[in-house]
Design a binder for this molecule. Structure first.
Ligand code: PMT
Length: 205
């Protein structure tokens, strides 16, 4: 997840645990890749064999990713990046006074979209889509808009809701693939399949 500060003690965030990011890093390392993880404040520990860059906000994640991207063959965006941040976080803790408070939220940059704009033809980019509704349609839109080579669409909701679970109901989509149905599988198995698909795409580049 990323965290977007409201004041020195409060922030806006989401339910991402870091399990998916960890599973991806483990699988990439198992296959002999050199791995850099740009991680928000996730609960899950990351493998020590990976280079880990810790960030807090979406803006920090954006800077860390864009400045390094040219050195890498593959980018995988599994982070749950906040789409909005508080326009003017307070320097001092907000005091409770019984009044209604309004927060002005402004859009964060879209990291995966920017990566899609600057990527070289030899670089592969993979995104995720976490959706409560219209999983396939929304994921296909994101695949196109962010110029991704592959997107993993995961269903949010229910017991294995993607966020925080060891399991996920997911399917993979490429610009050429036919739509399939999501399948409930462990994240470790999904990441194995993701890297098999990345290898296929690499072979065709
Ligand atoms: O951490 P876990 O508990 O294991 O949960 C895993 C997960 C659900 C967080 C993960 O599987 C997942 O789906 N990650 C993407 C979550 C998401 O909300 O995606 P999105 O639909 O908002 O964004 C689509 C893509 O654009 C993603 O690759 C995302 O990383 C990227 N993005 C989004 C917003 C933004 N400002 N910049 C981005 O790069």
């Amino acid at each position: 997840p990323t965290q977007e500060p409201i004041d020195p003690v409060r922030y806006i965030s989401n339910r991402s645990s870091g399990k998916m990011g960890r599973a991806l890093a483990m699988e990439a390392l198992r296959r002999g890749a050199e791995v850099t993880v740009i991680s928000g404040p996730a609960r899950e520990p990351l493998p020590f064999q990976a280079e880990v860059i810790f960030v807090r906000t979406a803006l920090e994640m954006y800077e860390a990713t864009i400045s390094r991207f040219s050195q890498y063959d593959v980018f995988i965006g599994a982070a749950a990046v906040a789409d909005y941040r508080v326009a003017d976080p307070a320097d001092e803790k907000h005091k409770r006074n019984g009044d209604i408070h309004h927060l002005e939220l402004i859009p964060n940059p879209d990291i995966a979209k920017k990566i899609g704009e600057i990527k070289r033809p030899d670089q592969i980019t993979v995104g995720f889509a976490a959706e409560t509704h219209h999983l396939i349609n929304y994921a296909r839109e994101k695949l196109k808009k962010k110029k991704l080579d592959l997107i993993v669409a995961n269903q949010v909701g229910g017991e294995n809701c993607a966020f925080g679970s060891d399991y996920v109901s997911a399917l993979m989509m490429t610009p050429q693939s036919k739509d399939e149905q999501p399948e409930l599988i462990p994240k470790s198995e999904l990441t194995h399949r993701v890297f098999n698909r990345i290898s296929e795409i690499m072979g065709k580049k």
